[in-house]
Design a protein around this ligand. Structure first.
Ligand SMILES: NC(=O)c1ccc[n+]([C@@H]2O[C@H](COP(=O)([O-])OP(=O)(O)OC[C@H]3O[C@@H](n4cnc5c(N)ncnc54)[C@H](OP(=O)(O)O)[C@@H]3O)[C@@H](O)[C@H]2O)c1
Length: 304
């Protein structure tokens, strides 16, 4: 049975991905800062320790693994962006990548490929033509973080490993992240349209994302950077109204949430919800990837 190491595999994506890979016959070892605080949902999933500050890792798992999926990183939306938090967001990614590179250099291993998360925060605000993988990074905090994150894992290619980077859109899952947060006010009949509502949201359903991680990890034809987004992004107004219709029928009230309220509530993080991200999925479609949830209607049908 092939073994997959998943860093940060205790989070939203990692938990779903561990279960999915286990269901597909893989053995999963999650690298976590706290292995003792997790109990496995399956005999095929176990937990091993790493310490990013001390740059130490459980060596045995590298000797037996065939693949690495790198998800670890402090949550971008979880806390206000103080200078201290920004440093943590950046360094949790770059230092964990550095630890993986060091481990692959120093521990004898037969790992063939590394798939690393990145985010569509790479791209500049856009609305017209969809952004493609060759577009330059934005100069804001998220763009710079994604650039440093992607650069930090790049050295694995010099060690003969295949590297895939998935610039991931907003992940829609019942279990956490953006979707439950956006659905909460709608439950009370309030459809809060953020800013002018025209900003594009490039999203992906968690199940499609898990399939994409596995496909890009296993298939030798996948190499380099891909946008992990569904083929039909929608603007914030459409997203919110469709969500409200699915959840409440006609019993909802569209309420604009102006910029100054978002600034008060979110500080600098308001950038995230007001930035228009219109991102192309053409590259993964050309790879032959078939979406189960290509439209927001299909995604909401499953999520609600
Ligand atoms: N969810 C999305 O919509 C989305 C969109 C684009 C990109 N991504 C990226 O995909 C990756 C996984 O996303 P997710 O939503 O699953 O994230 P998540 O739920 O926040 O989980 C990330 C994991 O990273 C580890 N971690 C947290 N803080 C850390 C720190 N300071 N140092 C080292 N490790 C730390 C944690 O594992 P332990 O506590 O077990 O160590 C945590 O379970 C992230 O890098 C995220 O930026 C997510």
């Amino acid at each position: 049975m092939d073994t997959v190491i998943i860093t940060g595999g205790t989070g939203l994506i990692g938990t779903a991905l561990s279960n999915y890979l286990a269901s597909q016959g893989k053995e999963v070892v999650v690298l976590t800062r706290n292995p003792q605080s997790h109990r496995s949902a399956s005999p095929s999933i176990s937990y091993a320790a790493w310490n990013i500050d001390e740059q130490s890792v459980n060596e045995a798992v590298f000797r037996k693994a065939k693949y690495i999926i790198h998800l670890a990183g402090a949550g971008v939306a979880d806390k206000p962006w103080t200078e201290k938090r920004k440093k943590e967001i950046l360094e949790s990614r770059t230092k964990s990548s550095a630890l993986l590179v060091k481990a692959l250099e120093n521990i004898p291993n037969e790992i063939v490929s590394v798939v690393s998360a990145s985010a569509i925060g790479w791209y500049k605000q856009n609305q017209g033509a969809p952004a493609v993988e060759t577009d330059p990074a934005d100069s804001g905090f998220l763009g710079e973080t994604c650039r440093a994150w992607e650069n930090s894992i790049q050295p694995v290619t010099g060690l003969g490993k295949k590297l895939v980077i998935l610039r991931t859109g907003i992940v829609l899952s019942k279990d956490g992240g953006a979707f439950p947060a956006l659905a909460k006010p709608v439950r009370y009949g309030i459809a809060g349209i953020l800013g002018n509502g025209k900003q594009m949201i490039s999203w992906i359903h968690i199940e499609d994302l898990c399939r994409l991680y596995m496909e890009s990890m296993l298939n030798p034809n996948w190499n380099g950077i891909y946008n992990a987004v569904a083929p039909h992004p929608v603007n914030n107004r459409t997203f919110t109204i469709e969500l409200a219709k699915k959840m409440k029928g006609s019993f909802y009230l569209p309420i604009p949430v102006p910029d100054f309220v978002l600034r008060f509530m979110l500080g600098e993080r308001r950038e995230e919800v007001l930035k228009s991200s219109y991102i192309s999925s053409n590259k993964i479609k050309h790879q032959g990837f078939q979406f189960i949830y290509p439209t927001i209607e299909a995604a909401f049908r499953e999520l609600i």
